[in-house]
Design a protein around this ligand. Structure first.
Ligand code: SF4
Ligand code: SF4
Length: 325
């Protein structure tokens, strides 16, 4: 009997099925906020501070959530999420989607950063966990790994974690960096077409950058982005992001300057997002959301005229869906 034939279609997402989300105090199911409901996170291992993981028990807990989807229900926090997809999912226990978000420290100080409340917390090491996953063959290609933080490149764990992933040919690995510090392992990953980076800059000018990041590193950031662009194996690996923060950078002129700066640096792909706190407060204010969406459309159109692909990121994607209904 062909077992695969017994599998049925159901709504789920790769994170429910094969995800691992390392957060500051816990291992969770998913890091996405606002894509499903806004209720609390789905915690799989609470009070986590870096202890060795019993993977069998981890998968057992995860399978309780997968079973809900298989039965045709939806995990309450996932109801309405744009990433739910109906298809045939496999039945196996492995990880192919990792979010590393346990790191707190940063060399910038963005006004919208949610890490500040944890500034006195000591981070656990992620490298031993990733190494264990690889050694036990629980991590399977193709993967979708995001390394975030804090600023990941200033973590003492970062270089060896990225290196072991590169050495084992895992792809794709996305690093969310502010690019204030240049990193040789990111460079290696870009050259080998295994790593891509996303740099949230949120400004088209040094003044607005300083206002948002509370640090004067605009020129250094673009210099580093330029160096990364020169190393990337293909044009889509270095991307930037502009998080719209109403009253600070929600101006066409600023967006235009930002897009032009990308053009000068050779960046071909740009994401537009909306600051999450603002979205949560105004998620039912359709007029306001439409204004933000129009700004995104303006950026998209302007980007096209100079050969830059502009895409909607999480919150803008959600607004797009809401406005279509
Ligand atoms: S919130 Fe969305 S992306 Fe996250 S696990 Fe649920 S369905 Fe998947
Ligand atoms: S770069 Fe990221 S981690 Fe650092 S302060 Fe800004 S939002 Fe926070």
């Amino acid at each position: 009997m062909n077992y695969e034939k017994e599998l049925k279609e159901y709504y789920s997402c790769n994170i429910i099925e094969h995800g691992f989300d390392a957060q500051i105090n816990s291992i969770n199911l998913c890091c996405r906020e606002g894509t499903g409901s806004f209720s609390r996170k789905i915690v799989i291992l609470p009070n986590f501070s870096g202890a060795k993981i019993d993977w069998e028990s981890f998968f057992q807990k995860k399978n309780l959530l997968r079973d809900l989807q298989k039965k045709g229900s939806t995990i309450p926090q996932c109801i309405g999420c744009v990433y739910l997809e109906k298809k045939i999912w496999d039945n196996n226990d492995y990880i192919s989607s990792i979010n590393i978000n346990n790191w707190i420290k940063c060399n910038a100080n963005c006004i919208y950063c949610d890490r500040k409340e944890y500034k006195n917390k000591k981070e656990y090491k992620i490298y031993p966990i990733i190494k264990d996953l690889i050694n036990k063959k629980y991590l399977r290609n193709p993967v979708d790994i995001t390394i975030a933080g804090g600023e990941p490149t200033i973590s003492s764990d970062f270089d060896k974690t990225l290196n072991i992933l590169i050495k084992n040919n895992f792809s794709t690995i996305r690093v969310l960096t502010n690019a204030i510090k240049y990193n040789k392992y990111i460079e290696k990953g870009l050259e080998n077409n295994l790593v891509n980076i996303l740099v949230s800059i949120d400004a088209g000018s040094r003044e607005i950058y300083k206002k948002i990041k509370l640090t004067d590193k605009y020129s250094i950031v673009w210099k580093n982005i330029n160096k990364y662009v020169e190393k990337q194996a293909q044009k889509s690996l270095v991307k930037t992001k502009y998080i719209i923060i109403p009253e600070i950078n929600n101006y066409k002129e600023e967006l235009k300057l930002f897009i032009e700066q990308n053009y000068k640096a050779g960046v071909g792909y740009v994401y537009i997002d909306l600051e999450i706190g603002f979205y949560i407060k105004n998620s039912q204010n359709y007029d306001l959301l439409k204004e933000i969406y129009d700004l995104y459309l303006f950026a998209k159109e302007y980007g096209e005229t100079i050969g830059i692909k502009i895409e909607a990121f999480d919150r803008i994607k959600i607004i797009e869906n809401k406005l279509k209904k």
